[in-house]
Ligand binder design. Sequence first.
Ligand code: CMP
Length: 138
Amino acid sequence: MMEKTLVIIKPDAVSKNLIGEIISRFERNGLRVAALKKIKMTKDEAKGFYIVHKERPFYESLTDFMSEGPIVVMVLEGENAIQKVRKIMGATNPAQAEEGTIRRDFAENIERNAVHGSDSAQSAAYEIPYFFSTLEIL
Ligand code: CMP
């Protein structure tokens, strides 16, 4: 099934100059960049993006981190893109991420974990329009 998913290169990875390396890993695995931009979220924008986590103990810290510096947001398209992206990223906690995954190679810890990818079609349907209008997705 052709799918679209929302991916974020987080502030930790952007500050380490890893944008190209991370996008290459997705492209090498057959995913196509349908939309892309570099932005900096405000604290409130980060809180809105992660609203599903608002009751979690890490919500404040996570949204501070996600608004501390520039991020790259993109829409990736491909066969089973949602699951494919999650496999290429690796587990949320880099200590549990498989060898060769982005988080194993570049994440600092469970919070500063280099990348985000939509975890379901329902999440993608919220997350893609959070950053992109239909005219920007090609
Ligand atoms: P992400 O895939 O963007 O989804 C929610 C984010 O919350 C996650 O990656 C991490 O950055 C962060 N996160 C998830 N679990 C924890 C945790 N136990 N402690 C701190 N941060 C977490």
